[in-house]
Design a protein around this ligand. Structure first.
Ligand code: MLT
Length: 391
């Protein structure tokens, strides 16, 4: 090896933290074969990496430090899968690394090269992360909630935030109704009972939706879909939303009677939360709100865990000051198994509102298509803020 070549290899090893043996065992792909790819990247092979020096070096040795040298176009940092993602992977260098959502160091290794970043609700897309991703053009949020994305920082940085505002609404609305029925009819306990050989019918005396008053907190798309379905079950539907006035035409359309906040709390048999998480809605259902609820009331939350003060909820449930709660979302996810899990009057599911085949197909397709549009220089369809990147 000539001196110049030795120097080049030495600097490669230093910059990309690879050993000489890793370098020697690597497969070198001539640059010209990679023409037309952004950053001149080849498809990244699992466990491999690429170096931007006229060579692509794919090695079979998985070295976490060397992940820093990956040249990834699209990072998928949560489980967002399906044919639409496979189609992206055929066109761009796409990596799914779900551990990156929880591990800042691991995540930081991808940021310098990514042009698109697909997330659900666990990855925190912060101003700091955006600043470390100079090539990033689009964040694709596979879902509706934007509380894990600093949308203002993205706007300032010229990064498009594409999301799916309606693709999973129906599934969430159906789960909310499902939780109401499951709680009222003791379905999880009845199922366990039969599996254990029991057939004690009177033990599972339940209640009907019909005739009960449903108080919907948040009259956006999901809240309205819940109202529409509840009305079919014969419920008396009332609703409150700080941003919806009593004369909003949607109220009539969905059969919702607007009531003031305290009236909703004090008169509803079931309260179902459908507000996004914002500084205003954090702990909206606090000790005071819980204290106003009927002792026979059920609280349903399929929105965001932080909307309910879980410590205050635990206290009222333990003291029997409300009848129960059905929670799909928690203040901390995944939650630690604690006192809430021990209570008999609580029904818990692991944030599965959006997890139906139908919703996931819609969500993944829509977000992947918008990401592809941005990477091709076309405007995204469903965006927060701008539709085209400014970087
Ligand atoms: C959403 O915000 O779309 C749902 O909570 C589902 C999710 O984040 O995965």
């Amino acid at each position: 090896m000539g001196l110049g070549r030795k120097r080049q290899v030495g600097s490669l090893m230093r910059d990309y933290k690879i050993t000489l043996s890793e370098y020697r065992n690597s497969v070198k792909v001539p640059w010209r074969k990679l023409a037309g790819k952004p950053f001149g990247c080849s498809r990244w092979l699992p466990g491999g990496r690429a170096l931007p020096l006229g060579w692509h070096v794919a090695t079979t040795s998985p070295d976490s430090k060397a992940r820093a040298s990956l040249m990834v176009d699209i990072l998928v940092s949560e489980a967002v899968r399906g044919p639409a993602i496979d189609a992206l992977a055929r066109e761009w260098n796409l990596v799914e690394d779900v551990q990156a959502a929880e591990d800042p160091e691991r995540l930081a290794a991808y940021l310098p090269t990514i042009r698109a970043w697909i997330v659900r609700n666990r990855t925190q897309v912060t101003a700091d992360a955006l600043a470390k991703a100079p090539c990033l053009q689009v964040v694709g949020r596979a879902g509706v909630g934007l509380d894990n994305i600093d949308c203002q920082a993205a706007e300032r940085a010229g990064v498009v935030v594409a999301f799916t505002p309606r693709e999973n609404s129906l599934s969430v609305a159906e789960l909310a109704i499902g939780l109401m029925i499951a709680w009222l009819r003791h379905l999880p306990k009845a199922d366990r009972h039969v599996r254990e050989g029991g057939w004690d019918r009177p033990r599972f005396l339940g209640g009907e939706l019909a005739g009960r008053r449903l108080g919907i907190v948040g009259l956006g798309r999901i809240g309205c879909l819940v109202a529409e379905r509840a009305a079919v079950f014969g419920m008396d539907v009332v609703g409150y939303d700080a941003y919806v006035s009593a004369d909003d035409p949607r109220l009539d359309e969905y059969g919702i009677q607007w009531v003031p906040w305290n009236e909703l709390l004090e008169t509803s048999d079931i309260i179902s939360c459908h507000v996004p998480l914002t500084p205003e809605t954090r702990h909206l259902i606090d000790a005071d709100a819980l204290g106003r609820m009927k002792p026979t009331a059920l609280l349903v939350n399929t929105a965001r865990g932080e909307i309910v003060d879980e410590a205050a909820l635990l206290a009222v449930l333990k003291e029997g000051r409300i009848a129960g709660a059905a929670l799909d979302v928690r203040e901390r996810e995944p939650p630690e198994v604690g006192a809430l899990e021990q209570l008999d009057n609580v029904l818990l599911t692991p944030h599965i509102g959006a997890f139906t085949h139908e919703a996931q197909e819609r969500v993944v397709t829509a977000v992947a298509e918008d990401v592809a549009r941005v990477l091709r220089g076309e405007p995204a369809r469903q965006v927060v803020g701008r539709a085209r990147p400014e970087r």
